[in-house]
Design a protein around this ligand. Structure first.
Ligand code: URA
Length: 302
């Protein structure tokens, strides 16, 4: 089959499956390069003899999101099975992303700003009636982990298991998150894990804007108290909420954003990784980027 036709069919197939981003899982980089190389003019081939597939696609007229140059991390086939940590501190070479807020202090004039410990926040969340979600939820899910964590994960909202236990990320997606953290040599109890919403939306429906408005001060205050060195935003919803943007996750990942001074890396939600295993590879790049930021932030003299 003609290479261009093969690539077209492949992309059609991914589109029909509901994917809007190009992740080369069943098609190796070599294959894509060969296909695109065949479609490229000789001058563009000469111009970019060692370009990566993104450059090749750009040269062929496509415009995939810009990716960082991440040194030479080992890319895992399966995030869940990765055990080798980054051996050394690799200089961070990633594009700078969005900046939300100007300083480390997050200003909001809400009673939540006066809550001075994570336990106090958890108690406030437990009696919160600022939106209707408390009425249908079984338990509040304020957040869990090390109150002084350098690494913080932020998800969307509790699901059924989290609602039942009052703890974030304990269902299937949570188990994958635990493995992802272990892959970068972090234990769950060493990090702080929270969601944008602290009560489960019924039937796991998407959070509503007024729920986000009502609930986000808790998260903001949690971040302010924990003072993480890096935040990993899990999934589109957390990323778009924290970064106050409608940009897609494909545009947001691969960059180091700033959330009130705290470096913030975006990656796919673990639940999305369970549905789309091909996204584990880019997710692994993201978590390694977050790990490198952490390493450089806690390195002696940092
Ligand atoms: N998905 C989330 O975003 N958060 C959880 O706590 C569980 C699943």
């Amino acid at each position: 089959m003609d290479g261009r036709e093969a690539l077209r069919r492949y992309l059609e197939q991914r589109k029909e499956l509901g994917e809007t981003e190009l992740v080369l899982d069943t098609l190796s980089v070599e294959e894509a390069m060969r296909i695109l190389g065949a479609a490229m003019t000789s001058s563009s081939r000469e111009a970019e003899p060692s370009a990566d597939w993104r450059s090749a696609i750009r040269a062929a007229g496509g415009a995939p999101p810009a990716r960082p140059s991440l040194g030479t991390p080992a890319v895992s086939e399966n995030v869940a099975n990765v055990t080798s940590p980054p051996e050394t501190v690799v200089p961070i070479a990633a594009p700078q992303g969005l900046v939300v807020g100007a300083s480390a202090r997050v200003p909001f004039d809400d009673s939540v700003a006066k809550l001075d410990t994570l336990e106090v926040i958890a108690r406030a969340v437990a009696t919160c009636t600022k939106c209707q979600l408390y009425a249908t939820a079984t338990n509040p899910v304020p957040g869990t982990g090390n109150p002084n964590a350098d690494f913080m994960c932020v998800g969307e909202a509790p699901g059924a298991s989290e609602d039942a236990q009052g703890v974030p990320f304990v269902g299937q997606a949570g188990q994958l998150l635990t493995k992802i953290l272990e892959a970068i040599h972090l234990k769950r109890e060493d990090v702080f894990i929270a969601n944008v919403l602290k009560h489960r939306p019924p039937g796991n429906r998407n959070p509503l804007p007024d729920e986000v408005t009502a609930c986000s001060p808790y998260l903001v205050r949690q971040i302010e108290l924990v003072k993480p060195k890096v935040i990993l935003a899990l999934g589109t919803f957390a990323a778009q909420t924290l970064l106050e943007t409608k940009l897609t996750i494909g545009r947001l990942r691969g960059q180091v954003h700033r959330y009130y001074g705290v470096p913030l890396v975006v990656t796919y939600h673990p639940a999305a990784l369970l549905r789309n295993p091909s996204w584990k590879r880019p997710a692994w790049e993201d978590v390694q980027l977050a790990r490198r930021i952490l390493d450089s932030a806690v390195a002696p003299g940092a």
